[in-house]
Design a protein around this ligand. Structure first.
Ligand SMILES: [Cu+2]
Length: 119
């Protein structure tokens, strides 16, 4: 009898692990997805820029909106541009006229990173 319980417990743990891994995969694919939409809007949600990578045409504009209750910034790696502190609901817009790849981060939470590709 004990053996059956042990097997059941093991199977339950394995199913739980499998489901957990499945969820994480979904989250990652959403975060890394490219967007080429016209409005070029990005969200800051759960300490993450969504989408993390945005591709826009030359002259395109991106608007970030902070959906977190935490304060965030949108700051270029060399601080070429900086949104300043964005409270919940605050927006920051920036136009990109030169082609290239731009990396940005949050000065308050430097592990938050995003990429803009201007084509
Ligand atoms: Cu932040």
């Amino acid at each position: 009898m004990k053996k059956i319980f042990f097997t059941l417990a093991l199977v339950t743990v394995m199913i739980a692990l499998f489901m957990l891994t499945g969820c994480q995969d979904n989250e990652n694919s959403e975060v890394e997805s490219d967007t080429k939409s016209d409005n070029n809007s990005a969200k800051i949600i759960d300490f993450t820029y969504v989408p993390a990578k945005i591709t826009i045409p030359k002259g395109g504009e991106i608007t970030w909106i902070n959906k977190d209750s935490a304060v965030h910034t949108v700051t270029e790696d060399n601080e070429d541009f900086d949104s300043g502190d964005l409270d919940k609901g605050n927006k920051f817009s920036k136009k990109f006229t030169d082609s290239g790849t731009i990396k940005y981060f949050c000065t308050i939470h430097p592990y938050m990173k995003g990429t803009i590709v201007v084509k």
